[in-house]
Design a protein around this ligand. Structure first.
Ligand code: GLU
Length: 399
């Protein structure tokens, strides 16, 4: 056994990436798998964004750029933050990275240390815990029960804050639950957060996938939090640009400078052509975003209806945002098929993949093993075929 770095040895592969990779492998082996696993829009990147990249390529924009992104991109990001969230940032407060994921990993690594605690309300996206642990800090998982619609209760937050608490990661709309904080709920959380000196990280990746009106921003509702707030965002979901790898962080200059220094050592600038495409995405026509969101809304209606008709699946709250449903499958725990027993969400996801050829992500690594995550970022036809298959499998389970 080779000896690995202690922290690297302790991390698992990303559960979302692993589920998608298994589906891709099975497809490559000729198996007709329907993937509702990775959170990846099935739409093509809008043509005007691709055109911008084509032009940049033709003009030879193929060299290094500043590590934290070009000035033009940072200005476009500042304009976007002002337009969509009413927040004023300067280019020196922006770090562009190869996806929000890299911006998050670099900021978290720059900010936290051994002995620090970072609160992660769960269910939460699978990579947050790994990123915090890699920094040496401790991830304190704070379960937000389904009965509270997976929302963090401000009183509960106040109870767990200690002098060791150095940060909190919020994500609204939420991956995996689709929960969205209202302006009132954010104001109530802000009152508690103001009492304590900690970094507040707001992952806004799904901000445009909100089906009951625009999402309020914590730092606009309580501007006194902005000096210790960091925003993470990505173009992957909003503009169907997952493969381009572009996202960003916005926050106080010292934090951004430290994270950029790290990025200068571990990777460098995000792809030059992608940066040009990102400027067009952020500042050009937003018409396609509205079209995609309307389609997601229709898919959500179908997905909720079909999940609620599945025996053993429970979905008490209609998710208000993102493109995931996170049903409770505890009624199926103990169910059996050909000698295999459903022990948790991961086991059910495995069974559904192997027996019904539908890829989902088990809830375990989101901090909710009684659940599975279903992405509806795929066509209505695919969704219907997938649910027909799952329904057929569930009929074969014995109690
Ligand atoms: N964030 C998406 C998901 O949760 C993409 C995969 C990943 O980076 O985790 O499926």
């Amino acid at each position: 056994m080779i000896k690995l770095n202690r922290r690297i040895a302790a991390i698992k592969p990303s559960a979302t990436m692993a589920a998608e990779a298994r589906a891709t492998e099975m497809k490559a082996a000729g198996i007709d798998v329907i993937s509702l696993a990775a959170g990846e829009p099935d739409f093509d990147t809008p043509e005007h964004i691709k055109d911008a990249a084509r032009r940049a390529l033709a003009e030879g924009f193929t060299h290094y750029t500043p590590v934290s992104g070009t000035m033009a991109l940072k200005q476009a990001i500042c304009a976007k933050l002002a337009r969509d969230s009413g927040l004023a940032y300067e280019p020196a407060e922006i770090l562009a990275s190869a996806g929000a994921k890299q911006a998050e990993a670099n900021v978290i690594a720059a900010l936290f240390d051994e002995g620090d605690q970072v609160i992660i309300p769960t269910p939460a996206w699978v990579s947050f815990v790994a990123m915090v642990n890699l920094s040496g800090a401790e991830a304190l998982l704070l379960p937000c029960p389904e009965s509270d619609a997976f929302q963090l209760d401000p009183a509960r937050l106040r109870e767990v804050l200690t002098p060791r608490t150095r940060g909190i990661l919020l994500n609204s709309p939420s991956n995996p639950t689709g929960a969205v904080y209202s302006a009132e709920q954010l104001a109530a959380l802000a009152r508690v957060l103001l009492e304590h000196d900690l970094w507040i990280m707001s992952d806004d990746v799904y901000e445009h996938m909100s089906y009951d009106g625009p999402v309020a921003h914590l730092f606009a509702i309580e501007p006194r939090l902005k000096p210790r707030g960091i925003i993470f965002n990505s173009l992957s979901k909003t503009y169907a640009m997952t493969g381009w790898r572009i996202g960003f962080a916005a926050g106080p200059r010292e934090v951004i400078t430290a994270a950029s220094r790290l990025q200068s050592q571990n990777s460098g600038n995000p792809n030059s052509l992608t940066q040009v495409a990102a400027i067009e995405a952020l500042t050009g026509s937003q018409a396609e975003v509205a079209t995609m969101v309307a389609e997601f809304r229709a898919r959500r209606e179908l997905t909720v209806r079909r999940i609620r008709a599945l025996p053993g699946f429970r979905l008490p709250h209609v998710p208000q945002g993102a493109f995931y449903c996170f049903p409770n499958i505890s009624a199926l725990i103990g169910a059996r098929l050909d000698g295999r027993t459903v022990t948790d969400g991961n086991a059910l996801a495995d069974l559904i993949l192997n027996e019904a050829q539908v890829a989902l992500v088990g809830g375990n690594d989101f901090g909710a093993p009684d659940h599975v995550r279903i992405s509806y970022a795929t066509s209505i036809a695919n969704l219907n075929r997938a649910f027909d298959r799952i329904e057929g499998l569930l009929k074969r389970l014995s109690a």
